[in-house]
Write a protein that binds this ligand. Structure first.
Ligand SMILES: Cc1cc2nc3c(=O)[nH]c(=O)nc-3n(C[C@H](O)[C@H](O)[C@H](O)COP(=O)(O)OP(=O)(O)OC[C@H]3O[C@@H](n4cnc5c(N)ncnc54)[C@H](O)[C@@H]3O)c2cc1C
Length: 417
């Protein structure tokens, strides 16, 4: 029996043990969580967002270099990695980039397309957080910050309303009918990432696809310290998937957008193929060098290669592939030139690992989509329990796709909770 003071409508009669009752509790006040609470609130559901952090939307604030690449105009299921590539289709088609853009416009947030459909705020990612918080406030969704969950228990709080959940926290106990897990992935622990979502899945016997850091680039066996800071337009292929964008040599190995994208597909032991000169076909590139040779050029190969590659990379490539690296074009046979060009366009490298969760933009893997309804994100095993956003085994490419998944999956759950 409850003897304290209960201020909540549901407990007006104190018929049930006193708790702060909500129709919907969303654990994780990130992009997905806020979108879900907004949608639930619009349907008249009393929602609370519970987060252990003191700051709302920390990942949004640090995203896109502080300008938040909040969606991608071209987002479609092919831009996502999941054990079930079809799972994301329903949510992405029901809440599209245009839907989110509409909200951004309504809040008069100025934005621009940087490249390849990637939309960024003109000013600051803070505007996206402010917009979502304002929308949450509009529907009276309550924020419970610095709230540490100690236990989640499946209960039957109301014989009339059926089963629900009790969430025991450092701020007291809360109850709800629908519990939404929106605690994101493991990347960047220093801004609040935890394995909470996977632990809840485990508690309820829900399968989790093995997780790993992604969109983080690579550690390499070879040392390329001399190339640190060199960036070049390249085509990077991992398995059947290729990305053409810049790569950047770092003290650790390989970064830059094309390397980050490839890390989403990479598994330990896989090699990458790098085409350092993707803008011309192999035949044309070979002829270009052979033409110089025919004209009797006395130039060193590495000097001519600088027409195509940054100087330091050209030097290093010749050091690795030519003996001596100062060899002139006329000293090379046509076959050797052809071989050299083929190497430039399909250089194979086997990374040691990806860079890891401290740098990763996302976590690949997560709650197994076979366990969830693709329409509502509700667990098939545990009615009333939902998983949305990055915690689910749906991981997008670099370029605004991950936020679009957060919005779309949050929206889908918001229609059902
Ligand atoms: C540096 C960086 C830059 C990025 N830039 C972009 C970009 O420009 N575009 C893009 O599309 N994607 C970007 N991403 C990816 C994107 O931020 C995420 O995919 C997205 O934020 C996932 O949203 P979410 O709501 O699922 O999870 P999150 O945004 O991670 O939110 C999870 C929330 O849950 C809370 N939480 C975690 N554990 C607990 C717990 N135990 N108890 C209570 N609360 C908890 C966290 O504090 C957090 O508020 C970037 C990621 C990083 C790290």
């Amino acid at each position: 029996m409850y003897f304290g003071v209960c201020t909540f409508t549901f407990c007006r009669t104190c018929y049930y043990p006193a708790m702060n009752h909500f129709d919907v509790i969303v654990i994780g006040a990130g992009g997905a969580g806020m979108m879900c609470a907004i949608q639930a609130g619009k349907r008249g559901r009393k929602a609370a967002l519970l987060d252990h952090a003191s700051k709302i939307g920390a990942k949004i604030l640090i995203s896109g270099g502080g300008r938040c690449n909040f969606t991608n105009l071209t987002a479609n299921p092919e831009n996502y990695v999941s054990q079930n590539p079809h799972f994301c289709k329903s949510a992405l088609s029901r809440y599209t980039p245009q839907d989110f853009i509409q909200m951004v416009k309504e809040h008069r947030i100025a934005y621009h397309e940087k490249k390849m459909g990637q939309l960024f705020c003109d000013k600051s990612a803070r505007e996206i957080v402010d917009m979502l918080v304002a929308e949450c406030n509009k529907v009276d969704a309550q924020f419970l910050l610095e709230c540490k969950v100690q236990e989640v228990v499946k209960t039957s709080p109301s014989p009339a309303k059926g089963e629900g959940f009790t969430i025991k926290t450092n701020q007291g106990d809360f109850s709800c009918e629908s519990l939404v897990i929106a605690t994101g992935g493991l990347s960047i622990p220093k801004v609040g990432a935890t394995d909470f979502g996977y632990q809840i899945a485990k508690q309820f016997d829900i399968q989790v696809v093995e997780t790993s850091p992604a969109l983080d680039g690579f550690h390499l066996k070879q040392q390329f310290n001399d190339l640190m800071g060199v960036s070049v337009d390249a085509l990077v292929t991992c398995g059947k998937t290729s990305f053409r964008e810049n790569i950047l040599f770092t003290h650790a190995g390989l970064s830059g957008p094309a390397a980050l994208q490839a890390s989403l597909y990479w598994r330990p032991g896989n090699s990458l193929t790098i085409n350092f000169i993707p803008q011309v076909p192999l035949g044309k590139l070979t002829h270009w060098f052979q033409d110089y040779k025919r004209k009797g050029s006395k130039s060193e190969m590495r000097t001519l290669l600088k027409e195509w590659l940054p100087s330091r990379l050209a030097d290093r490539f010749c050091e690795m592939e030519l003996k001596p690296p100062t060899i002139t074009l006329v000293q090379l046979s046509n076959e050797k030139i052809e071989e050299f060009c083929a190497k430039l366009q399909s250089y194979s490298i086997t990374p040691l690992s990806t860079v890891g969760y401290n740098k990763a933009e996302v976590t690949r893997g997560g709650v197994d989509t076979n366990e969830l309804s693709s329409k509502t994100m509700e667990s098939k095993k545990v009615p009333g329990l939902y998983f949305i956003g990055e915690v689910v085994d749906v991981t997008g490419w670099l370029g605004g796709y991950n936020f679009q998944w957060a919005w779309s999956s949050g929206w889908a759950a918001g229609q059902a909770v």
